[in-house]
Design a protein around this ligand. Structure first.
Ligand code: GTP
Length: 595
């Protein structure tokens, strides 16, 4: 295909605004899938994606479209729809020249609409606003047009009003893609240069990388290099996606497709990486960075005998997802396991769910924590930790105050969009989360957009749920990384009958220490079943106990009467020790359910 007839574009939208439905319609209209397959949302392949109705991994399709006597090659690059995956969104977008910005005609602009708009805007792409779901009874496309004009400075005449569900005006969308989005500015005569914008792992064929060709051409059998790792590969198979793979002999500048080249792990084809020919090295494309994990959690088999099968499941899943970091870890109560790093809470959840669904694994996940940093002071501790500037992803490795110049916590800029009725409640919620307001503007008569600087740990656990419930579901939320800020941190130990339990330790801000300690004790009290003996639950910072709860014994404590030499007591103690591990496992399991 002549490059002038190629269009590369993405659909971006807030969750549930209809991205997948529109993609399906575009595939149907161009004959890539038949009508009978409709509403199956073929672009969302993974089981979890279907169940949760969210797009986790980007999927892509090349469409052939006849328009005014010409055939166009339209490459639709599907992007993940959730905030945890915004780095993937920005890489997929950089393979495009334009985007369809889908906005629900009833809900209007939401937090992710704004985040996605700015990703596209900063990449200087053509943005076509599409107002979807005009068939809904409560649809108010005129109000949404005004919002788009006000917030994005796009004239309302440029909006296309459609119903993806009914198919209304969907052909108009294709015409406008051809008319408004420019063809890629590339040259087939240049050396081969391709951007990796997605990759998956196939058990039999190895890594399948999705690529966009920014220059030159690539043929089966060529020898290529990946810029990030500098490794060399032979191209075994290339082709286009419709959305299934269709092998071809070559791919040319401007095209989008897949490549299989004997890569064994997705880490070898990271999103944002550049591929080139070994005989014609090129400058890698700018902006590559490895996805950065923001949430860490310990993961252990429920039963240690399942360790090796869980190990192989974790390995297989991470083969497919290079954004998960894996480090071996072990704990006295839970045995051998891993400390895993995720892009966000949803990412953790999805990973966990896939382990259970696809590998039938049952796992214990410890409370999530964010990556804190510390600047160490003493040469001794610097030697001990191997560096002056350390990142702490496990509370049990938290360096003591006496060894530290400064602690730092990760922060994010959060965007909240809400009807103005809820402003008061939301501001209170944010203040309770140590957030600092940066902006508050009206985007129409009744809706406001607020921006806050949040400590990341304040939003990882239940912020989103609370925001949703106090706004009756109307507020939306998105966030982006904003680096680190100094923070007065402490390690909070939890003691059961005077003994610290490593698995329950957390890192908290000093200002919140009392509340965190108190809540943890209360929650534990409610979740640990009563025993024959009394259990004291204490939260402590160093030697100082700051909160305490007691779980009363079942009935009168007969053991208390025994004295040193009593044989039955010794037997019981021995038995208790053996059962201790089991019990602790149960307790952590309870903790897991609370998170
Ligand atoms: P994510 O993949 O989670 O980002 O969602 P999405 O943006 O892909 O949304 P999806 O296409 O899954 O649509 C969300 C819901 O809206 C589904 O229940 C669709 O059936 C419905 N929907 C999509 N388009 C329309 C439309 O034009 N009219 C109506 N009434 N419903 C629609």
């Amino acid at each position: 295909y002549p490059v002038e007839n190629v269009r590369n574009f993405s659909i971006i939208a807030h969750i549930d605004h209809g991205k997948s439905t529109l993609a399906d319609r575009l595939l149907e209209l161009t004959g890539a899938i038949s009508k009978t397959e409709c509403n199956k949302q073929v672009l969302d392949k993974l089981q979890v994606e279907r169940e949760r109705g969210i797009t986790v991994k980007a999927q892509t399709a090349s469409l052939f479209y006849r328009h005014e006597g010409q055939t166009y090659l339209l490459n639709l690059i599907d992007t993940p729809g959730h905030v945890d995956f915004s780095y993937e969104v920005s890489r997929s977008i950089s393979a495009c020249q334009g985007v369809l910005l889908v906005v629900d005609a009833n809900q209007g602009i939401q937090a992710q609409t704004i985040a996605n708009f700015f990703l596209a805007f900063e990449a200087q792409l053509t943005i076509i606003p599409v107002i979807n779901k005009i068939d809904l009874k409560n649809a108010d496309p005129e109000r949404v047009e005004k919002q788009i004009e006000k917030v994005f400075d796009i004239p309302k005449e440029e909006c296309i009003k459609i119903s993806a569900k009914m198919g209304t005006n969907v052909d108009k969308v294709l015409q406008e893609v051809v008319r408004r989005i420019p063809p890629p500015n590339v040259n087939v005569e240049d050396p081969f240069k391709a951007l990796v914008f997605d990759s998956t792992f196939d058990h039999y064929r190895g890594v399948i990388a999705n690529i966009a060709l920014f220059g030159g051409q690539v043929h089966k059998g060529d020898r290529i290099v990946s810029a990030h790792l500098g490794k060399t590969y032979d191209v075994n198979e290339i082709g286009i996606l419709r959305p299934e793979e269709h092998p071809t002999e070559s791919l040319y500048a401007g095209q989008v497709g897949y490549i299989i080249a004997g890569m064994k792990e997705v880490k070898e084809a990271q999103i944002g990486d550049t591929l080139f020919l070994q005989k014609h090295p090129v400058e890698p494309m700018p902006g590559f960075r490895s996805a950065k994990p923001m949430v860490f959690a310990g993961m252990y088999p429920v039963d240690q005998s399942e360790y090796s099968s869980l190990k192989s499941a974790v390995e297989k899943l991470t083969l497919n997802d290079s954004s998960v970091t894996v480090n071996r870890d072990s704990s006295p109560a839970l045995g051998a396991g891993w400390r895993l790093g995720f892009l966000g809470l949803l990412h953790l959840d999805v990973f966990n769910q896939r382990l259970e669904q696809e590998y039938d694994a049952s796992v214990i996940v410890t409370a999530p924590t964010v990556p804190y940093k510390a600047l160490l002071s003493s040469t001794k501790s610097i030697k001990e930790y191997g560096s002056e500037d350390i990142t702490i992803v496990n509370p049990s490795h938290f360096p003591d105050r006496s060894q530290v110049l400064n602690y730092f916590e990760p922060v994010v800029i959060g965007t909240i969009i809400t009807p103005d009725d809820y402003i008061g409640k939301i501001i209170t919620l944010c203040l309770n989360r140590r957030a600092v307001q940066k902006k508050l503007v009206y985007i129409d008569d009744h809706r406001v957009m607020m921006k806050y600087l949040f400590p990341l740990n304040e939003i990882v656990v239940d912020f989103y749920d609370q925001l949703k419930s106090l706004s009756s579901g109307y507020a939306s939320f998105d966030y982006e990384d904003a680096g680190y800020q100094p923070a007065d941190l402490i390690k909070m130990d939890i003691l059961l009958n005077g003994k610290p339990v490593e698995e329950l330790a957390t890192i908290a801000h000093k200002q919140k220490a009392y509340t965190v300690g108190k809540t943890m004790c209360e929650r534990l009290k409610n979740s640990i079943p009563r025993q024959l003996f009394e259990i004291a639950i204490q939260a402590a910072i160093g030697n100082k106990v700051i909160a305490r709860e007691t779980i009363k014994a079942y009935r009168k404590n007969v053991l208390a009467k025994c004295y040193g030499g009593d044989i039955t007591r010794k037997m019981k103690l021995l038995k208790k020790q053996a059962e201790g591990k089991k019990k602790m496992r149960k307790i952590v399991l309870h903790m897991k359910m609370m998170v």
